[in-house]
Design a protein around this ligand. Structure first.
Ligand SMILES: N#Cc1c(N)n[nH]c1N1CCCC1
Length: 339
């Protein structure tokens, strides 16, 4: 079996939503596919009215195949301080035609403010490792773990795009979505994340001769996380990069590095083993912070920020807009390729 779903960016590419069918008859909800967590949770008929902000909800009572997983609950909190919790059901879940029966569908009875105010997202579909699932007392499996035996190839892939829909594929690798060979890297899933080792970076134009700075070996542990918007890297990489940008500054008021919206940003190359992952400078220009009109805005937030204080760097959506990525569940590997 195999399937493909669109991944549609919300305003300023802050998150990407994909359609998921849940229950019988199928109810389609747009969920945030998150390779940084392992719970599939939804706004539902159990979510208090006061905690809804216009999201489409999963109407549990309308699904003839929904079964309560008695005496089990879930509660999750994310790195940005957001959190949600509730009850657990088993039901049929389909993504791009890939069907999983008896998938744990976690129904929210409580959600924090940032979820309430995100009207477009009906919840999350976790794609990290089962170890991170929060259901207690019986930890549940992710959609991809449950789907694995039915998939042609034990993989899923991410092909996100700047300001236009991309896609997630399940069970196959579409060679038309990338160029050149796939570069495989080892994954350490012992903490439940798609964690890997990056070996350094270089900044185009840094040496002034256009061939880019020498590789600076700031090796760092990183996770591949589609649920994070930006590229969060060691402070030293941020300093070396933004020092090349006239008008860039680290502004605690803004929450990090800002650049003039008209800046011509250099490319950033992330060295992963022998692979050079090039992040085009224009992807490191993120949302305007002084107005909502990018045409007149003067100051923009940087698409790369510091991971200082975090246990690892986080390769978020900015990275996946530049690099086609294979999440090889079968072999516990990641693979990257330019697009
Ligand atoms: N913070 C954070 C975070 C992350 N590292 N992966 N997914 C996250 N979220 C999903 C929905 C809210 C935050």
């Amino acid at each position: 079996d195999q399937g493909e779903v669109s991944a549609t960016p919300q305003l300023f590419d802050v998150e990407y939503l994909a359609p998921v069918q849940i229950g019988t008859p199928p109810q389609t909800l747009n969920l945030n596919f998150d390779t940084g967590s392992s719970d599939l949770w939804v706004f539902s008929s159990e979510t208090p009215q006061q905690s809804r902000g216009g999201q489409k909800i999963f109407e549990i009572e309308k699904s003839s195949s929904a079964q309560r997983l008695a005496n089990n609950t879930w509660a999750i909190s994310y790195g940005d301080g957001s959190r949600s919790s509730g009850n657990v059901y088993l039901d049929v879940v389909s993504v791009g035609g890939v069907n999983v029966f008896n998938q744990a569908v976690e129904s929210a009875t409580s959600v924090s403010s940032s979820f309430i105010s995100d009207a477009a997202s009906s919840g999350l579909l976790g794609l990290a490792f089962d170890k991170l699932n929060t259901v207690k007392p019986s930890k549940q499996k992710t959609f991809i773990t449950n789907a694995l035996e039915s998939l042609e190839l034990g993989v899923f892939t991410a092909n996100l795009k700047k300001s236009e829909p991309g896609n997630y594929n399940f069970g196959f690798i579409d060679e038309t979505e990338f160029t050149g060979p796939l570069n495989y890297v080892d994954v350490d899933s012992s903490d439940g994340f798609w964690a890997f080792q990056a070996t350094g970076y270089s900044v185009e134009g840094a040496s002034g001769n256009g061939t880019g700075s020498p590789v600076v070996p700031i090796a760092h542990n990183a996770i591949a996380d589609t649920g994070t918007t930006l590229l969060l890297l060691p402070a030293g990489i941020n300093q070396a990069y933004y020092r090349q940008v006239k008008g860039a500054k680290e502004d605690p008021q803004a929450g990090g590095w800002t650049v003039p919206c008209k800046a011509d940003l250099p490319d950033l190359t992330l060295h992963i083993g022998s692979y050079k992952a090039v992040i085009p400078g224009e992807l490191i220009l993120f949302a305007p912070i002084d107005t909502d009109d990018i045409k007149t805005a003067k100051t923009c937030f940087g698409g790369m920020q510091s991971s200082a204080g975090m246990p690892f760097a986080i390769y978020g959506d900015v990275f996946f807009k530049a690099q086609f990525t294979v999440f090889d569940v079968e072999n516990g590997k990641l693979a990257f390729a330019p697009k």
